[in-house]
Design a protein around this ligand. Structure first.
Ligand SMILES: [Zn+2]
Length: 169
């Protein structure tokens, strides 16, 4: 079992999360899923991505996966050791596994898996701290930062998604 960190807020957390939730909100107003991720490495933003499962016809095109791919490509590295991920939402097991395998050391998110309906979440509901406990190294997890803003974007999406079309969380 991995040792648990005591989560600490860093000075850039709120600023970066505000960018994440603001972009999520803008997407929600257009009927798009408000799931956005930003990767920071050594205090520098290296990638930003939004969920594109619907537009790419790719069920694995979650914001976190696309952000990891972009960051690794930009850095020309197969490892993102020491990177931090900021996400509107708690990553699903696929995305959290990708973070773990990529060498991330810190995760900050707003809304939790339990805030989403079964249809929005898509099943296999395992929270990140549970999944992390199976690993042999810890990832610091800061949960619920700007959760109210993430929930506000979710509410807007729920109203707008049916008027537009693309679903796909
Ligand atoms: Zn995911």
């Amino acid at each position: 079992m991995a040792a648990q960190f005591t989560p600490m807020h860093h000075h850039g957390d709120f600023r970066t999360m505000r960018l994440v939730v603001a972009r999520g909100y803008r997407m929600a107003t257009r009927g798009l899923p408000p799931f956005v991720a930003i990767i920071v490495l050594a205090d520098r933003v290296v990638s930003v991505a939004a969920n594109s499962a619907g537009s790419l016809f790719d069920p694995t095109a979650h914001a976190e996966i696309l952000a990891i791919r972009r960051a690794a490509k930009r850095l020309r590295s197969r490892s993102l050791r020491g990177a931090w991920l900021y996400s509107t939402w708690e990553p699903c097991p696929m995305c959290f596994s990708a973070l773990y395998k990529s060498g991330f050391t810190r995760l900050v998110y707003g809304g939790s898996t339990s805030d989403l309906s079964d249809a929005e979440y898509g099943g296999l509901r395992i929270n990140c701290s549970t999944l992390c406990s199976f690993g042999d190294r810890p990832i610091e997890i800061v949960a619920g930062l700007l959760r109210e803003d993430a929930l506000a974007a979710l509410a807007v999406w729920r109203v707008n998604r049916d008027r537009h079309c693309s679903y796909g969380s």
